[in-house]
Design a protein around this ligand. Structure first.
Ligand SMILES: Nc1ncnc2c1ncn2[C@@H]1O[C@H](COP(=O)(O)OP(=O)(O)OP(=O)(O)O)[C@@H](O)[C@H]1O
Ligand SMILES: [Mg+2]
Length: 456
């Protein structure tokens, strides 16, 4: 089996940490939502809709479409997007940004959007490469110790097939890659001769008994046949955005020609011109015709879409028409509001033409039971213990204020409990932190009350 190496671009730490309990959409084999499964609670209709979206994406029927998750704050829109990414599996790119992120000082907003869109399109390339393949019978890395750390500088490797056994002396890149992937005697590896990229194929059927026992019933594969050195198909998954960078670097003379660079990995990001992108598109199209490339449309998730302005929206709208378009999933907690930078009022602050081509999935506010379950899951995730009364009270806070606020209070309450040398959060701890941290509605009424004294 070949491991795919798509880089998953995750949003900032907080956003992911808040959803770390979510493992998937929690659907059964008939794609129906189970009340509580995979870290998900309730919100059945939206989860089932998301399940359909996942199926369509996997069948390649969603590219160029937009989906809007619409619902009040804290109703699980971001949670559902995270669940979708978990369901898609690792060979489908999932790129997550927030609307406001595109307004950076470094690049134009349309450039930032274009980059994200192209990052969300996977390209699977198949290439005949000169490779070394065999079962490892010996791997001795040579290590060098400096004052701070130990580095692998190279090593000796012996590969065996049914026909021959070859001893090689390997460079740092291959040796480090083998070490990092925990390769030991008995594993079948494939090494791209030119670039040193290593793919671990699996454990050999002829691996020594001790290794097979250690790895504990991992499925085994046959020992390779024929010579160690040969031409063989190498599969590599990258994204349009990575290809852009690569072509850009190549044209500006930063890299040697050929695919070697691609298989060897790229350098840092640079501003990329349209000409380079066109070149990449033509190259990929050609490879698709030759049947050595496949497009894997992924997902671009844009959270907080109301932060986008008219220009960004129309750019998105046009981008969806493109031949290589990902699925765009947006989330909004705004009702009827002005489109940023205009005086036009529209549902979710989005232009009607984009709304019109979007499938809309709505999320509903949670009831008490659901809030209680979600708080319980989060408490377990954060390793926090609550007394029964405390759980009741926190559920009440969640119903009266917001789920997010209730979940958020777990952290300060748990720190307090720790400081006081206790185990469980009590009602008293919650009241204490509740007094010290305002909910949004309290903060708003505070601002209103003292309006005159705030800076304006
Ligand atoms: N159905 C659910 N099951 C389990 N956890 C959930 C569910 N819905 C929300 N959560 C959790 O509750 C918290 C708030 O939800 P989330 O951030 O997804 O809301 P949102 O709709 O994206 O809100 P906003 O509009 O403010 O962005 C998160 O920690 C999230 O993981
Ligand atoms: Mg959200």
């Amino acid at each position: 089996m070949i491991k795919l190496e798509i880089r998953r671009i995750e949003g900032e730490f907080e956003r992911i940490a808040a959803h770390s309990h979510i493992k998937g959409l929690g659907l059964n084999e008939r794609d129906e939502a189970i009340f509580k499964k995979a870290g998900m609670v309730g919100q059945e209709k939206a989860r089932e809709a998301a399940g359909m979206v996942v199926n369509l994406i996997k069948e390649g029927k969603m590219a160029g479409r937009a989906i809007l998750l619409a619902g009040p704050p804290g109703s699980g829109k971001t949670a559902i997007a995270v669940a979708i990414s978990k369901e898609l599996g690792y060979d489908v790119p999932f790129v997550s940004i927030t609307g406001s992120e595109i307004y950076s000082a470094e690049v134009k907003k349309t450039e930032a959007l274009r980059r994200s869109l192209r990052q969300a399109i996977g390209v699977r390339l198949r290439e005949e490469r000169k490779v070394l393949e065999g079962e490892v019978t010996e791997f001795i890395p040579s290590k060098q110790k400096t004052a701070y750390r130990q580095t692998v500088r190279g090593g000796d490797l012996t590969l065996k097939t049914d026909a021959e056994e070859v001893s090689l002396s390997i460079g740092p890149k291959v040796a480090q890659s083998l070490s990092r992937q925990g390769v030991q005697e008995g594993y079948v590896v494939l090494i791209d001769k030119e670039t040193g990229r290593v793919q671990v194929q699996g454990l050999s059927q002829k691996a020594p008994e001790s290794v097979r026992y250690d790895v504990g019933g991992e499925p085994t594969i046959p020992r390779p046949k024929g010579p160690v050195e040969k031409e063989k198909e190498f599969v590599h998954t990258t994204t349009l955005s990575d290809l852009d960078r690569l072509f850009h670097e190549r044209s500006s003379g930063m890299l040697g020609g050929g695919l070697a660079a691609l298989f060897g990995g790229g350098a840092e990001r640079k501003e990329i011109d349209q000409e380079t992108r066109d070149q990449v598109d033509r190259w990929v199209e050609k490879r698709i015709k030759e049947e050595t490339a496949e497009i894997l449309p992924g997902v671009l998730f844009i959270d907080g879409t109301h932060a986008l302005d008219l220009e960004a929206f129309s750019f998105l709208n046009r981008a969806l028409e493109n031949e290589f378009a990902p699925i765009v999933i947006m989330a909004s907690n705004r009702g009827i509001t002005k489109i940023r930078g205009t005086s036009i009022k529209s549902p979710h602050g989005m232009p009607l033409d984009l709304l019109d081509r979007s499938l809309i999935v709505t999320t509903e506010p949670y009831n008490e039971d659901e809030i209680r379950e979600i708080i319980t899951i989060r408490a377990r995730e954060e390793n926090v213990k609550l007394s029964d009364e405390a759980l009741d009270l926190l559920t009440e806070f969640g119903t009266e204020n917001s789920l997010r606020y209730a979940v958020w209070l777990l952290a300060p309450a748990s720190t307090r409990v720790e400081r006081l040398g206790r185990e469980r959060i009590t009602v008293e701890d919650l009241r204490n932190v509740r007094e010290r941290f305002s909910s949004i509605s309290e903060s708003i009424s505070h601002v209103k009350e003292y309006e005159e004294r705030y800076l304006k």
